[in-house]
Design a protein around this ligand. Structure first.
Ligand code: SF4
Length: 219
């Protein structure tokens, strides 16, 4: 069984790649497990710096483009001689102008090393669980990862959750030309910043979520 992975955020190019992969598999008559991967953490771990990406048996064959059916057939035939690309952000970006998009709400907590930073992180996670948006990697934006910046620029709404008035998440996004739609600062809720206490209280997380929901209702 050949393992084929398609990395992308569900845009037109990702769909086209999937249908070409299926056509190639059908023409070859091979047994394949085709998996679509859409989360940023996996992109970073696997070194996917441009989408759509295509991997066969864990080896990355293409990034940031949609290979033709014939090319994919060639890839599948040669898979045993492919060269694995090391994971991580160090690989070059093949095509930074990818067509992937996330039109919904993207959430960027500062995730700082204090109680308020961790409250931002917990609030972001809770929002994702409630289906209010998609968690994204602020560190990827800060590292100028093309795929992270492109996705943020195409999002319908950008939610920023900063722990304190330093507003690192807000500034990081602004630095790459992204204007957040909604922003909250946890210390504005009267919660004091504490570097020694990294476990946020559920009550403080709840307060932050309430404020976020209020602001989202207005936008
Ligand atoms: S906004 Fe405040 S809590 Fe968050 S990372 Fe920056 S300094 Fe830390």
């Amino acid at each position: 069984m050949v393992k084929i992975e398609i990395f992308g955020l569900g845009c037109e190019n990702c769909e086209r790649l999937e249908s070409r992969v299926k056509a190639a598999v059908e023409q070859l008559g091979i047994d394949a497990n085709i998996e679509k991967i859409e989360d940023f953490e996996t992109f970073v771990r696997r070194g996917i710096t441009a989408t759509p990406g295509l991997a066969v048996d864990e080896n990355i064959f293409s990034l940031g483009r949609v290979p033709s059916v014939d090319e994919i057939i060639g890839m599948l035939r040669k898979k045993s001689t492919s060269v694995p690309i090391p994971s991580g952000l160090g690989i070059p970006v093949v095509n930074p102008t990818c067509g992937c998009s996330t039109t919904g709400t993207m959430i960027y907590p500062c995730s700082g090393g204090s109680n308020v930073g961790q409250i931002s992180n917990e609030a972001a996670k809770a929002m994702v669980v409630r289906g209010l948006g998609k968690f994204s990697c602020l560190a990827g934006v800060g590292a100028h990862g093309e795929v992270f910046i492109a996705s943020a620029k195409k999002a319908g709404r950008i939610v920023v959750i900063d722990g304190c008035a330093t507003r690192c998440a807000y500034k990081m996004l602004k630095h790459v030309g992204i204007e957040p739609t909604v922003g909250v600062v946890v210390t504005d809720l009267g919660i004091e910043k504490d570097y020694e206490r990294l476990d946020p209280s559920p009550e403080d997380v709840r307060k932050t979520i309430n404020l976020l929901e209020e602001k989202l209702d207005q936008n």
